[in-house]
Design a protein around this ligand. Structure first.
Ligand code: DGL
Length: 279
């Protein structure tokens, strides 16, 4: 399939989590234009039924394709668990890059044979996680935790405060007692609290942020399809949110380290997005 190099990369997540992936894409391919959709009106995705997350993901994909996305990054483990396979079948002409918990590198590197995995309930319930564990865990013992409320704290920009610390300590301290030496971040929001996680688990425990390898995968696919931007100028990032655009705009320097335009979108039901966009 041939891809127009001047078109933007489309990225979506339930909220700001996918910005951890966007950041890595920006670092690796600063010349690419990006459209980012944060479905903050529906956050969190984690406790929602799979079918509903699939419907949201399909509508968001339509939205991004209407704006010429040349490749779609499902920068959300939960949406990948619920919808990635479906999206690939439904939109066969476009390439998707999704997220899956990095059990493979964790299992390859652990010395103690014990690994902690942090992800949302839907991610743990999905067939994608079951298949990753079946293929790659290789006898390594996995300790899982859903970190209830952590996504919401991160959305509020609470990356170091008491409540965030408490959720992480409740998840991680029992895992440390079990002698884990690796933590897999199976939710794209969680890389924003890596400094706090590292403080809790200590420097000897390895924390795996999957974003750089996802960015490399996006680059490989674009290069293979002739779709990589040839421009030498820095690409533009445009955000759309179903939540509060002003609030997101205020938070962008925290999460992305740069400012950008944010447009508002409305959901009419689970399937249709409407609203006035900046041109
Ligand atoms: N950032 C998301 C993920 O990677 C989901 C957070 C949520 O909405 O529950 O799973």
């Amino acid at each position: 399939m041939s891809i127009n190099p001047t078109f933007p990369i489309g990225i979506f997540d339930s909220g700001v989590g996918g910005i951890s992936v966007l950041r890595a894409i920006r670092e690796q391919m600063p010349e690419e234009h990006v459209i980012y959709f944060g479905d903050q009106g529906h956050i969190p995705y984690g406790p929602r039924p799979m079918e509903q997350i699939r419907n949201f993901s399909e509508a968001i994909t339509d939205f991004l394709l209407e704006r010429d996305a040349k490749i779609i990054v499902v920068a959300c483990n939960t949406a990948s668990a619920a919808a990635l396979k479906y999206l690939r079948g439904r939109f066969p002409h476009i390439q998707f890059v999704g997220m899956e918990p990095a059990v493979k590198p964790a299992a390859e590197h652990t010395q103690t044979g014990k690994v902690g995995v942090l992800a949302t309930p839907a991610t743990f319930q999905g067939a994608l996680y079951a298949s990753v564990v079946e293929r790659f865990a290789n006898g390594v013992e996995l300790f899982q935790n859903t970190c209830n409320g952590l996504v919401q704290e991160i959305e509020r920009g609470n990356l170091t405060g008491g409540e965030t610390r408490k959720i992480l300590e409740d998840a991680l301290l029992p895992m440390l007692e079990q002698n884990i030496d690796t933590v897999v971040l199976g939710c794209t929001h969680y890389p924003f609290v890596i400094p706090l996680i590292q403080q809790i688990v200590g420097e000897k425990v390895r924390v795996i942020d999957p974003a750089p390898s996802v960015a490399r995968q996006v680059q490989r696919l674009l290069e293979a399809g002739g779709g990589k931007s040839q421009s030498s100028a820095r690409g533009e990032v445009r955000f759309f949110t179903s939540g509060d655009p002003d609030a997101l705009k205020t938070m962008l320097p925290v999460f992305l380290g740069e400012d950008a335009e944010v447009g508002k979108v409305e959901w009419l039901d689970d399937h249709v997005i409407a609203g006035k966009m900046p041109a």
